[in-house]
Design a protein around this ligand. Structure first.
Ligand code: PLI
Length: 466
């Protein structure tokens, strides 16, 4: 298979270098075997995340020069508002410094202690903000989402039975809203169908439960709908995205993904009463509601990024073809992966890759560390370390998925970079049985995966390859 030809050319470059094997092993030890704690100058190909790591366009850079840095009433805020209204269709919006800022404000506005918040699989920051307000997250994703080998084309769908059961088990006024990640990051970037969004919306609206779209990568979800769902092949990604949002009352957005921005987010809604409340919390936690923790130039980069993300369907088509290219190469090498290929990243099934390590020995954390040691490629753990602990009981969550994520930043890497990544991972795969596990030596209380430190269970990670 081939990657679609890039719908852009390159005007600016940034140099990268591959450290020696010894230097990588030293860097890894100093980072406590946590890829989040590596210095980026020590990384060759950085697939830690596609969040804030995208290449901005010349138009985005040009708009940054037009940023209005007024404290209040910045012209740049109105440009962003216009882009959100045009592309996502919500009349009201507060900007935030990034996605979790929007999640924080939303949780403050709507959750009371003792509430339940269903969602199609947890996301780390989203669930934490719900828990910090006294809510309990309830997973209503379909069972297949937890199985790397399940081939469903809309594996991000909500299981309507699970949602209905929750509404029978607890009082409806204890369910302020449901969050729909479309696509679902933690399941492997798996999309949600329009039919499912419609069903959830109709079910919830009847019961006065609000429906919240996590729109960080909703453009990618719209592309999957265009490709896979009957009746959508002749619609543009832009039209499909608008229809998705029309079923959702509220949207939280990390603009660091689809919108190509290096920083920024927003909380948008149809309901003016909720907007008034959100606007008030915005000034407490983010900044005045016409800048929300962002500089005027960031607001402009974000507005232009939003317009660009749906201006032509070939942006997203090329992006997804890059992800599929890496997925197919790894699959052909026999590497166990999450099926089918998702939108923003390739997810390696670390449980199958390091089948000699029990979950207590942190297979995905170990594999992410080992991939860096072997090839200088940075990836991220998405397993028991990311899942963390229940805030009330202190018990560890034990997810059935134990994954390493190779996230592809938009418009940053080329086909040869991805070939290098695949070859590096194949080397690690050949000597997988010798790889020892890790254990915690430091565990922070919140979102532990970002800052935790580890040590080897026994042998040295990175012992010579070949
Ligand atoms: O990193 P933020 O605060 O801009 O956004 C939080 C966030 C919310 N929802 C989803 C689906 C995300 O993926 C997300 C952040 N994701 C990161 C940082 C990632 O590497 O996937």
């Amino acid at each position: 298979m081939k990657i679609l030809t890039e719908p852009y050319k390159i005007k600016m470059v940034e140099s990268i270098r591959l450290l020696s094997k010894e230097a990588r092993e030293k860097a890894l030890r100093e980072a406590g075997y946590n890829t989040f704690l590596l210095m980026s100058q020590d990384v060759y190909i950085d697939l830690l995340t596609d969040s804030g790591t995208n290449a901005m366009s010349d138009s985005q850079w040009a708009w940054m020069m037009m940023g209005d840095e007024a404290y209040a009433g910045s012209r740049s805020y109105y440009h962003l508002l216009d882009a959100v209204q045009q592309v996502y269709g919500y009349p009201f919006m507060v900007p935030t410094h990034q996605g979790r800022g929007a999640e924080h404000i939303l949780s403050k506005c709507l959750i009371k202690p003792g509430d339940f918040v269903p969602g199609n699989m947890y996301f780390t920051t989203t669930r934490l903000h719900q828990e910090l307000e006294g809510g309990t997250f309830v997973d209503v994703s379909m069972d297949g989402a937890h199985d790397p080998r399940n081939e469903s084309l809309f594996k991000g769908n909500v299981d309507m039975k699970k949602l209905e059961n929750l509404t029978k088990k607890v009082s409806i006024d204890r369910i302020p809203y449901i969050t729909i990640g479309a696509p679902v990051n933690m399941a492997g970037g798996q999309p949600v169908s329009m039919q499912n969004l419609r069903q959830v919306s109709e079910f919830c609206r009847k019961r006065r439960i609000r429906v919240v779209l996590d729109a960080a990568r909703a453009v990618e979800n719209a592309y999957f709908i265009q490709e896979r769902e009957p009746g959508y092949a002749s619609k543009s990604v832009r039209e499909i995205l608008r229809e998705m949002c029309s079923w959702m009352d509220i949207c939280t957005m990390s603009a660091k993904k689809d919108a190509f921005a290096n920083i920024g987010g927003f909380l948008a809604m149809h309901d003016e009463g909720l907007y008034e409340e959100a606007k008030n919390f915005c000034v407490v936690y983010e900044g005045l509601h016409t800048y929300g923790g962002l500089a005027g130039r960031d607001l402009e980069a974000l507005a232009q990024g939003i317009r660009e993300s749906v201006e032509r369907d070939d942006w997203v088509a090329h992006r997804i073809s890059q992800v599929r290219y890496l997925w197919q190469n790894l699959k052909d090498m026999g590497i166990p992966l999450v099926h089918p290929c998702g939108g923003h990243a390739v997810f390696i099934d670390a449980k199958a890759f390091l089948s000699h390590l029990p979950q207590e020995q942190l297979p995905a954390q170990t594999l992410a560390a080992q991939i860096y040691a072997d090839s200088g490629v940075r990836s991220m753990e998405r397993g028991i370390v990311s899942a963390g602990r229940d805030l009330q009981s202190g018990e560890e969550h034990r997810p059935s998925l134990e994954l390493v994520r190779l996230a592809i930043p938009r418009r940053v890497y080329t086909q040869t970079h991805l070939d290098y990544v695949a070859e590096g991972i194949e080397k690690t795969f050949r000597r997988r049985e010798e790889i020892p596990g890790l254990r915690f030596v430091y565990e922070p209380k919140y979102l532990r995966f970002f800052q935790a430190r580890f040590e080897l269970q026994k042998k040295e990670v990175g012992a010579t390859v070949e």
